[in-house]
Design a protein around this ligand. Structure first.
Ligand SMILES: *[C@@H]1O[C@H](CO)[C@@H](O)[C@H](O)[C@H]1NC(C)=O
Ligand SMILES: *[C@@H]1O[C@H](CO)[C@@H](O)[C@H](O)[C@H]1NC(C)=O
Ligand SMILES: *[C@@H]1O[C@H](CO)[C@@H](O)[C@H](O)[C@H]1NC(C)=O
Length: 315
């Protein structure tokens, strides 16, 4: 959905690829984050955008945000509104210090139910990059949310999670997630990968375990896929679609982090207790005496912790 993909030539929009991906995801019950409305890195503007005057840029950017957000509104769970606006400031430099905040406001007014994210690299990956460190991240986010009207939007903290070769700094990942978590805003790891090298699969597993076990992290997306699709950092399958060691690690974790099918009996008051991983469940209740049964769907999430769910199966 990036601007350089959907409007390579000025004034000629082409959503063919993005549309097809959205339809594919919808048909397969895959939730979608819109990546991205704008990217603050000057390098990644469409070529024609780089030559615009301030006023032309303002008008073009206004058309852009209206076009992409209106097109997909209500179909995505989130938007990366201004990607990497800690490291870069293309829109601020050309349109003023509140450019990002104003685009969060516009995105919210066009698509109020999707979560609006900042999305940055090195916030949890690398302690040496202070620009994108957790304190600066929170300062920037709070500035954006202080912009008139933005206190109403659903905000999200996006940390990319591009890890280099070798042992990731797990202590730093945890402490930076802890700092970010003080904002009380959902954190997503949005682009997790680990560069190729000895131990890559173990390091990837360690990073994923840090994210999964942190109570403020509500989602993890990997920047990974099959080698045949051009992935060259973290590949999950090789050219023959055989799992790589990293792919094995991911499959093992997905298996570990789900509660598989099980059967149990209720007590004499018709109750049973279960500890379940977050997720969507189908519960089939059978009463063999009355020969009645019922299927109920429940979602287990943070809010359902310790909660009792009632399922009635007849008089
Ligand atoms: C739009 O993009 C698709 C996919 O890249 C391409 O096949 C098609 O020719 C493009 N349409 C126009 C009108 O350029
Ligand atoms: C940016 O927004 C803040 C309020 O969030 C305001 O105080 C400041 O004057 C704005 N700056 C400009 C250049 O408009
Ligand atoms: C990996 O792929 C990216 C994107 O296609 C490319 O820019 C980069 O040079 C590749 N890196 C290696 C080591 O092949």
């Amino acid at each position: 959905m990036k601007w350089y993909s959907t409007e390579e030539k000025r004034g000629i929009e082409n959503y063919t690829v993005a549309d097809a991906m959205v339809v594919f995801a919808e048909e397969n019950c895959i939730r979608i984050r819109g990546h991205n409305i704008f990217w603050d890195d000057p390098k990644y503007q469409p070529e024609w955008v780089k030559t615009l005057s301030g006023e032309e840029l303002r008008a073009a950017a206004e058309r852009r945000i209206n076009s992409v957000v209106t097109r997909y509104k209500g179909r995505l769970i989130a938007w990366d509104v201004v990607n990497e606006n800690l490291h870069f400031s293309f829109f601020e430099d050309n349109l003023g210090e509140n450019a990002s905040a104003a685009y969060f406001s516009t995105a919210y007014s066009l698509d109020p139910c999707s979560r609006m994210f900042m999305n940055e690299y090195n916030t949890i990956e690398y302690s040496g990059d202070v620009t994108a460190g957790p304190s600066n991240y929170l300062k920037r986010l709070k500035g954006i949310l202080a912009y008139p009207g933005n206190d109403r939007l659903l905000p999200g903290i996006g940390v990319q999670g591009h890890f280099g070769q070798g042992q990731p700094n797990l202590a730093y990942i945890r402490s930076s997630l802890d700092i970010l978590a003080t904002a009380g805003i959902p954190i997503w790891m949005t682009e997790v990968d680990v560069s190729k090298g000895p131990g890559q699969d173990e390091y990837l597993e360690e990073v994923l375990r840090e994210g999964f076990s942190h109570p403020a992290v509500e989602g993890i997306i990997m920047f990974a896929g099959p080698e045949s699709a051009g992935f060259n950092s973290t590949t999950l399958v090789d050219r023959n679609f055989k799992n790589t060691p990293a792919g094995e690690a991911v499959d093992r974790l997905i298996e570990e982090w789900r509660t598989g099918p099980f059967e149990t009996r209720t007590d004499d008051r018709g109750r049973f207790k279960a500890a379940l991983y977050h997720g969507e469940y189908e519960i089939r209740v059978e009463n063999p005496v009355r020969r009645s049964s019922k299927v109920a769907k429940v979602e287990v999430n943070k809010a359902s912790r310790g909660r009792t769910i009632d399922i009635k199966i007849g008089p």
